[in-house]
Design a protein around this ligand. Structure first.
Ligand code: BGC
Length: 402
């Protein structure tokens, strides 16, 4: 294990923001990884997290260029017609062929890629709406321009009709299941679109997704991977601190975090799910930083910093941060199998940098309000969860805003 580089949170942000900006294509897209040929594409999921990190780091221009790229890609000259047809088919109860469904990833110049990649993944579209809303609010340009508005409307219509359909999960696996973290991103996306477009019908769609998320959590008392798998998944960490479906103190969310901590920690980092064998199923900075976001938001800065340090000490001498670590010792056989197929796992994953930036900034903000040495406490997370927000809003006198 390398020495933990004593980097303060500002240096972490600088290193990772520089890595992100170096990997923005002239089109505005972000490559998932510049050094792993299988990832030579822009995923809506990865890149929308990346844009969110840039906005938190006040790099609004780069984020704006990404969102404009997405608006073009989802527009009339891109996959707009495909999205409209899929939406209309779904409404009419007609099936859409798998290769005619909106894809999860694009070439860097915004084209659809035709190969056998499992493309039907709904989460990236929800994550994009969530990140766009964050961008418009943080860049102070609340207005939706023509092309962006069209893309938001189209995406929200698409998500409204497909929301509860089975699809591939955020790890591009398990088709035929409805995944809780996918629902969480859709819920956030529809909520954001409802407010951007001032459309109450989208609020109703978001409420249905919320019900689906909470109903499946009720009996086990925690969020579960999918409607067919009652186990934990690292992406469930996003339910509170990222997508804000519930508050960090929600009992089901708390139980989910405990379950993840007791079943998915390997060598101090967080794995995707217990039976993961991809490159030996090591621990991911993306998920370890997601756990850190939860700790930071509940005020446990020491635990949040441990998550950030775990990731930062895996930066290499070139400032690269890989996708996952430790698979070669955890499960050497599967590790070797994947290396034989695809070569060394991604050494520089742009999304890994993004989550470090989000966590470093969250820690910085929390340490200003709470002091740097805080341990755990029972305060609620800094933002109101969705349900709490609804109660709060309905209690506000008409015309009052916050
Ligand atoms: C992960 C996806 C990710 C993609 C590109 C896949 O291995 O499972 O979540 O979007 O890599 O980074």
């Amino acid at each position: 294990m390398p020495d933990i580089p004593q980097m303060d949170v500002n240096s972490v942000t600088n290193v990772s923001v520089a890595a992100i900006l170096a990997n923005q294509h002239a089109s505005g897209a972000f490559v998932a990884s510049p050094d792993f040929s299988q990832y030579d594409y822009c995923w809506l999921r990865d890149a929308s997290f990346v844009a969110a990190a840039l906005d938190r780091a006040a790099e609004h221009d780069a984020s704006r260029r990404y969102h404009q790229w997405v608006a073009r890609v989802l527009g009339a000259g891109g996959i707009g017609p495909l999205m409209e047809t899929a939406t209309a088919n779904q409404r009419a109860g007609r099936e859409t062929a798998a290769n005619e469904l909106p894809p999860a990833r694009f070439s860097l110049d915004g084209r659809r890629v035709s190969d056998d990649w499992p493309n039907f993944q709904l989460d990236g579209y929800g994550t994009w709406l969530w990140a766009l809303d964050l961008h418009l609010r943080s860049a102070g340009t609340g207005e939706l321009s023509g092309e962006l508005r069209g893309a938001v409307e189209r995406t929200a219509r698409y998500l409204s009709v497909f929301a509860l359909q089975p699809c591939f999960d955020v790890w591009e696996e398990n088709p035929g299941e409805v995944h809780t973290s996918t629902l969480a991103s859709i819920h956030a996306g529809l909520r954001c679109a409802a407010s951007l477009l001032d459309d109450p019908a989208l609020t109703d769609s978001a409420a249905k997704v919320f019900d689906a998320i909470t109903v499946s959590a009720r009996e086990p008392g925690r969020f579960v991977k999918s409607n067919r798998q009652q186990t934990a998944d690292g992406s469930l960490l996003w339910t509170a601190p990222v997508f804000n479906v519930v508050n960090n103190d929600d009992p089901c969310y708390r139980a989910t975090v405990e379950e993840i901590q007791s079943t998915l920690i390997f060598d101090g980092g967080v794995r995707r799910y217990a039976s993961d064998t991809y490159f030996g199923g090591g621990s991911w900075p993306v998920l370890t930083c997601s756990l850190g976001l939860h700790h930071a938001q509940v005020g446990d800065l020491r635990a949040a910093e441990r998550c950030l340090d775990w990731s930062v000490c895996r930066l290499d001498e070139h400032g690269r941060l890989g996708e996952q670590f430790g698979g070669e010792t955890r499960d050497p056989e599967h590790y070797r199998e994947w290396v034989a197929r695809w070569g060394h796992p991604a050494r520089n994953l742009v999304w890994s940098h993004a989550m470090c930036v989000l966590l470093a900034i969250e820690i910085e903000a929390a340490s200003h309000t709470r002091g740097p040495d805080s341990g755990p406490h029972q305060e609620k997370g800094k933002e109101r969860g969705y349900e709490e927000e609804k109660q709060y809003e309905s209690a506000l006198p008409a015309g009052d805003e916050q």
